[in-house]
Design a protein around this ligand. Structure first.
Ligand SMILES: Nc1ncnc2c1ncn2[C@@H]1O[C@H](COP(=O)(O)OP(=O)(O)O)[C@@H](O)[C@H]1O
Ligand SMILES: CC(=O)OP(=O)(O)O
Ligand SMILES: [Mg+2]
Length: 417
């Protein structure tokens, strides 16, 4: 019998985030991050439970080297990959296509399928693959489980997943709406039901996952029926650096009129758009600070300009969010709660207030004081009289990945963490 710990790895294009979780007592013996992989100096931070974080900067030239550094840090605390307490490694894999509807034990064939999906997730799947391959090399005997961002959305009805284009073209090239951040939408919708004191199967929730990437989902009785991201994580909401929805003809227009290449347009829409493109800052904290500093009369013309572009970025962001909330009221018919989560959703009270402002007719209302109050766990920010609850529900993708991974390797039915 193996141990009760799961190492969760979230390999991004230039970072690896990791957490070691013990499923017996839900403790987290260690966590950390390696950032700026492949740049001249990478940054590593390892935090043992109850201990002082160890930080350093050094060159880490790829995901392989990053995972080796992580394994070495864990080993220093007696938590190495050879530890008998480790039951499995759970990997976040962003794109699982139509095939992966549940967490999956990794073997050569599964790796090959994740590889086949690289063209539809060029920014994410290669990093995920590198993470899995390195982990297989470092801990060959250990079960490795892939937990897919797309899995929760595979319940979407065909009419929500289809684009209105020639099915022959779409099917030949796997062009359809997949949706992402699924572990977060699954976890948060379930937690929201708990917060309301009801079974997930009875509750309809709109989940707004607002992190660097951002997506909305409509969850009916625990099943996803629509979500804002599509073929790739570019569709939908305005994000830190991604445009979200645009007229697809913008792409042809830029190619024909501005002479931009497909790769240049890809970079523009994925990396230089969203809040960053509109106002020069992708961090919502900075956007809010600039709006605030322009509210007084102390600053000069530069400050006023900076505040105005920050305000426009905020307004575009919030307008899109409000449109999706409205749309998902129409999709769900009946809504019990609107739940905000991830970095912006959990922390930015002005975004929550503005997104729900004017929607009283539909039911959700935000109480200004509850909205401003800070708190660790899931909490309601709507008054008791609201017909539709509004909630802040911190996401925990690592716990969800660990729970699903552990359930798979121990043969237990996945039990909500
Ligand atoms: N106190 C805060 N106020 C406003 N925004 C915040 C705050 N804290 C974090 N954020 C936002 O959250 C974003 C990161 O969200 P997070 O969920 O951690 O992202 P991801 O996991 O997608 O990298 C940051 O870019 C920042 O804009
Ligand atoms: C899929 C996606 O957008 O992920 P992230 O928010 O981690 O960039
Ligand atoms: Mg996140």
């Amino acid at each position: 019998m193996r141990g009760t710990r799961v190492l969760v790895l979230n390999s991004g294009s230039s970072s690896v985030k990791y957490q070691l979780l013990d499923m017996a007592d839900h403790s987290r013996p260690a966590a950390g991050i390696v950032e700026r992989i492949g740049e001249r100096t990478s940054y590593l931070r390892h935090t043992p439970a109850g201990g002082t974080p160890r930080e350093r900067e050094e060159a880490v030239d790829g995901h392989g080297a990053a995972l080796e550094a992580v394994a070495a840090e864990l080993a220093r605390d007696g938590l190495g990959l050879d530890s008998p307490e480790l039951a499995a490694i759970g990997h976040r894999v962003v794109h699982g296509g139509r095939r992966f509807t549940a967490p999956t034990l990794v073997d050569d064939e599964v790796l090959a399928e994740i590889e086949r999906l690289v063209p539809v997730a060029p920014l994410h799947n290669p990093a995920n693959l590198a993470g899995i391959r390195t982990a297989l090399g470092l801990a060959p005997g250990l079960p490795q489980v892939a937990v897919f961002d797309t899995a929760f959305h595979t319940t979407m009805p065909e009419y929500a997943a289809r684009y209105a284009i020639d099915p022959a073209v779409a099917d030949a090239h796997r062009v359809r709406r997949y949706g992402f951040h699924g572990t977060s939408h699954a976890y948060v919708s379930r937690r929201t039901a708990e917060l309301l004191g009801r079974e997930p199967s009875e509750v309809n929730v709109i989940v707004l996952h607002l992190g660097n990437g951002a997506s909305a989902s409509a969850v009916a009785g625990g099943r996803c029926v629509d979500t804002s991201m599509g073929l790739t994580p570019l569709e939908g909401l305005v994000m830190g650096t991604r445009s979200g929805d645009i007229d697809p003809a913008v792409v042809f227009h830029l190619a024909r009129v501005a002479g931009m290449s497909v790769d240049e347009i890809d970079t523009l829409l994925n990396k230089r758009s969203g809040l960053l493109g509109l106002c020069g800052d992708n961090d919502m904290r900075e956007v809010l600070r600039r709006m605030d500093s322009g509210a007084g009369d102390a600053g000069g013309a530069g400050d006023a300009e900076s505040a105005a572009s920050a305000k426009l970025a905020f307004d575009v962001y919030v307008h899109r969010l409000r449109k999706y909330i409205g749309a998902y009221f129409a999709v769900l018919g009946r809504v019990d709660a609107v739940a905000f989560t991830a970095g912006v959703g959990e922390n930015a009270a002005p975004v929550r207030r503005a997104a729900v402002a004017g929607l009283e007719g539909l039911g959700p209302v935000v109480d200004p004081e509850l909205n401003e109050a800070r708190g660790g766990g899931p909490r309601l920010i709507s008054p008791a009289s609201a017909r539709v609850a509004v909630a802040v529900v911190p996401t925990d993708e690592e716990l969800e990945i660990a729970t699903q991974t552990y359930a798979l390797v121990t043969g237990a039915t996945a039990r909500p963490g």
